[in-house]
Design a binder for this molecule. Sequence first.
Ligand SMILES: [Cu+2]
Length: 175
Amino acid sequence: MSITAGLAGCSGGDGDGGGDGGGDTDTTESGDGETDTTEGGDGETDTTESGDGGSDGGDVPAAVEEYLSDANQYDGSVTDMTGSDSVTVDVGAGSDGFAFAPAAVRVSTGTEVTWEWTGEGGSHNVVAEEGGDFESELVGEEGHTFSQTFEETGVVTYYCNPHRGVGMKGAIVVE
Ligand SMILES: [Cu+2]
């Protein structure tokens, strides 16, 4: 019972409202039980909804959240690119060219990620911080590319060496 109540509380306003209603009509407790069963159905709907919400924001690994807290072009979400064989990340994005875009991407294992230089913001490189071991050339020309294929699940964080201090950082979530 207490576990169910806890879950209902987590699912938000709907759960609370249902709980209150049940409390008012305590006299017919068996009736409440049936109502609760119905609410369980609602709960499933809520679970689906919170799952969607999770993909948008709640699913961001803490390591990504923390690493990108001061990153340019990071809006708090991880761009879902799972299911794509190849994914492109711009190098030199944003108004000043000191950003990776998207700053955070979610990919499936075996995905080839290609960083593509925009030519903006001077010379950049792509250097693994944690979860990977790679370092690209330091170049500024538009159209330069650097690719890595990620075979293992986990979080890979990386940065541009010259612009790390101004927030040119990114992350890849491999799942
Ligand atoms: Cu840079």
